[in-house]
Design a protein around this ligand. Structure first.
Ligand code: PLP
Length: 443
């Protein structure tokens, strides 16, 4: 199943030259220590020297169908040979087919799409559409969120990545997330909604264009909304004429065991953003989907937005082929079923390891949060920080060939949706061993 590596550089050369001539994101350059990657297949990737890693984060929670699927590769190759590019004012077969396909799988009457290069541009355009469609300017966003690394998207982001870029875009207001950290826990749906309604009243409902949320929070901790929250949010938005934007860049395309996370609650947002799993990252592509009534606003009114690579044929071809893979291999169903297996594995870790404070997952979207003490639930690393124990755990995973995101006091369990039970067990065996390091820190 492995493919011969075709790199002419050693791993060390790749790292040295990459660091010399390119900037690594969200990092002080002296501290980055990238893994050199030569090839990838299924749930694995390899360094040029042949060290194998289990990709337990689907790279950036995006390679949902696993690496190297020949069906998607062929579709990209065929499209490149036929028509690699046409500008966004043209019509192409792949653009036509992709819009039609997305209209079938998107929730409710979302059936018009604006294509972008990725998630951040999807957020930018979602916010712009909401402002133009409502004539209102404010956007509500939550703390403990990530919406992308560009202007309005980063301003909407409710985590420390925003801080250095402040002040950002005017008119974006943050509201609390129902989750308040391990020690304070999570509000009930009713409590969170009451607080939100108070903020809407104080801000003036007629000034608010939209409320943007990750229906299941991604990098800020895999938080599944409390009962009634999403449905209540939908009703609140309707009551005040506020558009609901669901950012499904990370939670979409089967990650949670449904096409989109909102499908778990049968909630139809007015605007839905997607990227990552849309093409499984084989080619960069994002999209904003809107309900008919919003699309109709732009029948006579100009949509002021554009990108040279909007509806890029290679991205559209990759997305169509990727969606066909989800369907042919029943990967959405599979994510739901394997999610049950993964939850059990989370529970087993919790039973065995005193440093496991809490585990959360939905489908194959999961996190394990570590604590110093289960009674006080003091995290093993502070908010936005790290600790020697978390660093040692990250080092152990890397040495043992398990790649995942270790962030603050937690680590993610987000494998490709193709993962099998034995492969899951292989990853959890490494995690099990690694947690003996963090158990030692328990008081
Ligand atoms: C929920 C969410 N929205 C938006 C983005 C931004 O997407 P991109 O990095 O493709 O711009 C991300 C990326 O992680 C994300 O998780």
């Amino acid at each position: 199943m492995s493919v011969a590596a075709k790199t002419s550089m050693s791993g060390q050369e790749m790292v040295a030259l990459s660091k010399q001539h390119s900037l690594y994101e969200w990092s002080a350059q002296a501290h980055v220590d990238p893994i050199p990657v030569a090839r990838a297949k299924g749930i694995y990737f390899w360094t040029p020297e042949g060290k194998r890693f289990i990709d337990f984060n689907s790279q950036l929670m995006c390679v949902n169908i696993g690496h190297g699927d020949p069906r998607v590769i062929k579709a990209i190759q065929d499209q490149a040979a036929t028509l690699a590019y046409a500008n966004p004012f043209m019509a192409t077969e792949v653009r036509a087919r992709l819009g039609q396909k997305l209209a079938q799988i998107a929730p409710g009457d979302i059936d018009v799409f604006f294509f972008t290069n990725g998630g951040a541009e999807a957020t930018e355009n979602a916010i712009r559409i909401a402002r133009l469609a409502t004539g209102r300017h404010k956007i509500l966003a939550r703390y403990r969120s990530y919406h992308g690394g560009t202007g309005a998207a980063l301003t909407a982001t409710g985590d420390p990545r925003r801080w250095a870029l402040e002040p950002g875009f005017p008119g974006i207001i943050h509201v609390p997330h129902p989750h308040h950290g391990l020690q304070r826990g999570t509000d009930s749906g009713a409590e969170a909604l009451a607080q939100l309604e108070e903020i809407i009243m104080l801000e003036g409902p007629h000034t608010i264009a939209a409320f943007i949320i990750e229906p299941v929070t991604g990098t800020n901790g895999i938080h599944v909304p409390p009962d009634g929250y999403l449905e209540g949010l939908r009703a609140l938005c309707d009551k005040h004429g506020i558009l609901m934007i669901a950012d499904e860049v990370m939670s979409g395309f089967g990650r949670t065991g449904e096409w989109f996370a909102v499908d778990h609650w049968n909630v139809v947002p007015d605007i839905l953003t997607m990227a990552k799993g849309l093409t499984s990252a084989y080619v960069a592509l994002g999209a904003v989907g809107v309900r008919r009534k919003i699309a109709d606003v732009f029948k006579d009114k100009v949509y002021y937005g554009g990108l040279t690579y909007n509806s890029h044929p290679l991205g559209c071809a990759a997305a169509l082929a990727t969606i066909a893979v989800y369907e042919e291999d029943k990967l959405i169903d599979r994510a739901r079923k394997m999610g049950v297996v993964m939850k059990q594995m989370h529970d087993d870790l919790k039973k065995k390891h005193p440093s496991v404070g809490e585990t959360r997952s939905i489908g194959l979207f999961g996190i394990v949060e570590l604590v110093k003490d289960r009674k006080t639930m003091e995290p093993l690393a502070p908010f936005n920080g790290t600790s020697p124990e978390m660093q040692a755990l990250g080092k152990f995973f890397r040495e043992e060939g398990l790649y995942t995101f270790v962030r603050w006091n937690g680590f993610f369990t987000n494998p490709p949706l193709t993962i099998t039970e034995p492969e899951l067990a292989e990853a959890f065996a490494i995690i099990d061993k690694g947690l003996s390091i963090t158990d030692k820190a328990v008081v």
